[in-house]
Design a protein around this ligand. Structure first.
Ligand SMILES: Cc1cc2nc3c(=O)[nH]c(=O)nc-3n(C[C@H](O)[C@H](O)[C@H](O)COP(=O)(O)OP(=O)(O)OC[C@H]3O[C@@H](n4cnc5c(N)ncnc54)[C@H](O)[C@@H]3O)c2cc1C
Length: 385
């Protein structure tokens, strides 16, 4: 009997289950997840404060209702500890489960920066609904001071969200400007200025070395010996694809669990998608790639082998103080940036040597150009044949 077993109940796992049910009502489906299995929108974790959302408000559907709707058994709060590829079974902390096709939708885990001090365990990361619940419990009433380690995309989104509710925010990191891995300097600096005007304290080009407990709150000592006293420390230094199960099962891994365009790993019965996967050379931890991958994989798993196609998929950065949208060029792509800045914001366009637009970063008023510019971008992964 065919049985598709999905590991993980995030956007990747649930999108796949939905797409499968859209084309096949009867194939046996099971999901196993280490968390409570409730379906929620992860992007809302970093703008939930401005929207007045507690963790329970972010739940779109509880696990039981998803199970009914998708006619799928869901084992919640159940951790998979190993994959036995020979017997086609997964081993969990509550028994074993067989599969004929196994899908890894295991997400990514926060990178924990190395720090010293008697309170370094108290820093908070937010990458799940449960984390958000804990963050909201620990967050003192505004006004209070939150130090965010990591001035990247997620760190800046949380900073903007906290500022909107009257919190004092300090952002710390080695970068020369915010979101430096994705933004050209002029856009990063435009964001920095808008956030400075809203009250952000920047501690760039240095890291937090020590976190100590105070009678009330915490003290961070930075690498340049400056000191930040605050009420909460949020760590947002990036995510690492969850690859341990795959590695231990002997599957190929690199910047994620390696798959081909059919989402197939180095084992022909095992597939991967979402934040944990590196699909045809791309590890894209965003919503749109997951939706495209889920649609293709659902067809493959129900008898119509289908390669994933990635159109250009711009990402909106949720910093309303200075709105930004990015469509980065492929890593290592040849070409040049043409950058423009005025009172309205910044417009940075990346052209390849033939003059074809192949990436952009827009900010401020220029985000309005997102749609017209996206139409000019080539597919990231075009259809073959
Ligand atoms: C704060 C924040 C804001 C974001 N904002 C945006 C945005 O605005 N736009 C955008 O495009 N993207 C955004 N993203 C990224 C996007 O949300 C993610 O790419 C997406 O949600 C990842 O889904 P996933 O299913 O791959 O992983 P996850 O949601 O992490 O799900 C992984 C699942 O695997 C389970 N699991 C892990 N290990 C095991 C195990 N051993 N056994 C059983 N189960 C296991 C977990 O319990 C979980 O259910 C944001 C991300 C964050 C953190």
């Amino acid at each position: 009997m065919e049985k598709i077993l999905i590991l993980g109940s995030g956007l990747a796992g649930y999108s796949l289950a939905r797409e499968i049910r859209a084309v096949d009502e009867s194939i046996e489906l099971q999901m196993i997840t280490a968390d409570a299995g409730d379906f929620y929108s992860k992007p809302m974790l970093s703008n939930g404060l401005a929207q007045g959302k507690q963790s329970q408000d972010l739940v779109n559907a509880m696990a039981e209702s998803m199970s009914d709707k998708l006619k799928m058994r869901i084992d919640t709060n159940c951790r998979v500890t190993a994959i036995d590829t020979e017997r086609q079974q997964v081993i969990t902390d509550r028994g074993e489960h067989r599969y004929t096709s196994l899908v890894l939708a295991l997400g990514a885990k926060p990178i924990i920066p190395v720090m010293r001090g008697d309170a370094e365990q108290h820093r908070v990361t937010v990458n799940s609904l449960y984390d958000y619940h804990r963050f909201r419990q620990l967050l003192p009433q505004s006004p209070a001071h939150v130090a965010i380690i990591g001035p990247g995309l997620i760190g800046c989104e949380f900073a903007n969200d906290l500022l909107s509710q009257g919190y004092q925010v300090s952002l710390i990191g080695p970068d020369p400007h915010p979101i430096s891995t994705l933004l050209p300097a002029i856009t990063g600096k435009a964001l920095q200025q808008a956030m400075t005007e809203a009250g952000t304290h920047w501690h760039l080009q240095q890291t937090a070395a020590i976190m100590d407990q105070l009678a009330q709150g915490y003290r961070l000592t930075l690498t340049d010996a400056s000191i930040i006293d605050c009420d909460l420390v949020l760590s947002a230094v990036g995510l690492l694809p969850e690859m341990q199960l795959a590695t231990e099962a002997g599957l190929g891994t690199a910047r994620g669990i390696v798959t081909d365009r059919m989402l197939r790993t180095s084992n022909e019965r095992i597939y991967a998608l979402g934040d944990c996967a590196e699909i045809a050379g791309f590890n894209l931890p965003y919503v749109m790639p997951i939706m495209n991958a889920a649609r293709a994989l659902a067809k493959t798993l129900t008898g119509e082998p289908t390669e994933v196609v990635y159109p250009a998929m711009p990402v909106v950065i949720k910093t309303p103080l200075h709105p930004i949208v990015i469509a980065p060029p492929q890593r290592g792509a040849a070409g040049d940036w043409q950058n423009h800045q005025d009172q309205q914001g910044t417009e940075c366009l990346f052209h390849d040597p033939e003059g074809q637009l192949s990436g952009f970063v827009l900010s401020g008023k220029y985000v309005e150009r997102k749609q017209s510019l996206t139409k000019q971008l080539p597919h990231l992964l075009p259809a073959t044949g």
